[in-house]
Design a protein around this ligand. Structure first.
Ligand code: SIN
Length: 285
């Protein structure tokens, strides 16, 4: 029997809270309702879940199977489940994911979705912010849309996981393995068409997009700065306030997210998986 799923939008831009559903017991009807809510809201926060790593992986498998996770070390029994842990006594306030980004856009097939499950949360803080990249695209001027339409962006993991990256020095309780050599770059369209909704999204981000194709970093920088700031206009965003047992699933094909580093002195433990994605499309196939 299908469950009493209730979907409540978080803001007018994106995100919804979902209650009345146990993600371990989904019927085909529940899955269809969730998929339709996901396409509409882009970020779904399921409250009051009770998941083991095996449950989280089973859910990830049902949604399309785990994506490749470089650099981050997963659980020994479940390598596709990555613990994101900040202990109360860590010296640095910096938390994993504390900069606006879309997950792993340096990959040829970046993850379609990410699932993040809250095991332990601080009494306040540690929220995750999201922005709607369809809204960002739709709100650009016709001239800017025309200029970006055929442009290609170069993505790289160098800033976070390159040989000189210092991210891992701030994350004492995560096992991160940086590249020993300069990582390869990946080309993706600046305007990405979502394979399921057919809608266009502004698909660059400040962490992994390093320049435009056929332009230098210096030439690209002012345009990227403008686009990166524009994408996170407050009216394109929402904020998820975690509770123990919340699972948030977001669509990497049309959103960015940013963790907040505002809970130093408290413990936060999350489990993360990604769902395998497809090659980003410039326009509908
Ligand atoms: C992430 O960027 O994948 C993690 C976000 C968070 O921990 O809030």
């Amino acid at each position: 029997m299908s469950q009493n799923l209730k979907v409540t939008p978080i803001t007018g831009a994106l995100g919804a809270e979902v209650t009345g559903i146990d993600l371990r017991r989904l019927t085909p009807k529940d899955e269809a309702l969730i998929q339709s809510a996901f396409l509409e809201h882009l970020v779904l926060c399921f409250r009051d879940q009770s998941l083991t790593p095996a449950d989280l992986l089973a859910l990830t498998e049902r949604l399309g199977g785990a994506g490749e996770t470089p650099y981050l070390t997963g659980m020994s029994d479940y390598p596709d489940v990555v613990p994101i842990i900040k202990e109360a006594q860590e010296r640095s306030p910096v938390t994993f994911g504390a900069g606006w980004h879309t997950d792993f856009t340096f990959q040829a097939l970046p993850p379609s979705r990410t699932l993040l499950y809250a095991v332990e949360v601080p009494p306040a803080g540690g929220d995750t912010l999201y922005c709607n990249l369809y809204r960002a695209y739709d709100s650009l001027s016709p001239g800017m849309k025309e200029m970006l339409e055929d442009m290609t962006a170069i993505h790289s993991s160098v800033r976070s996981y390159g040989p000189k990256a210092t991210l891992k020095d701030h994350l004492e309780n995560m096992r991160i393995v940086n590249e020993t050599n300069e990582p390869p770059t990946m080309e993706h369209p600046v305007i990405r068409t979502h394979p399921e909704s057919g809608k266009k999204a502004l698909w660059v981000n400040p962490v992994y997009t390093i320049r435009f194709k056929n332009m230098t970093e210096a030439e690209s920088a002012p345009i990227l700065k403008y686009l990166n700031e524009f994408a996170v206009t407050p009216s394109f965003t929402c904020r998820v306030k975690w509770e123990k047992g919340s699972l948030t699933m977001w669509d990497n094909r049309c959103t960015q997210h940013c963790a907040t580093s505002d809970y130093q002195g408290h413990r936060r433990e999350m489990w993360r998986t990604t769902v395998a994605g497809e090659r980003p499309l410039r326009s509908a196939a």
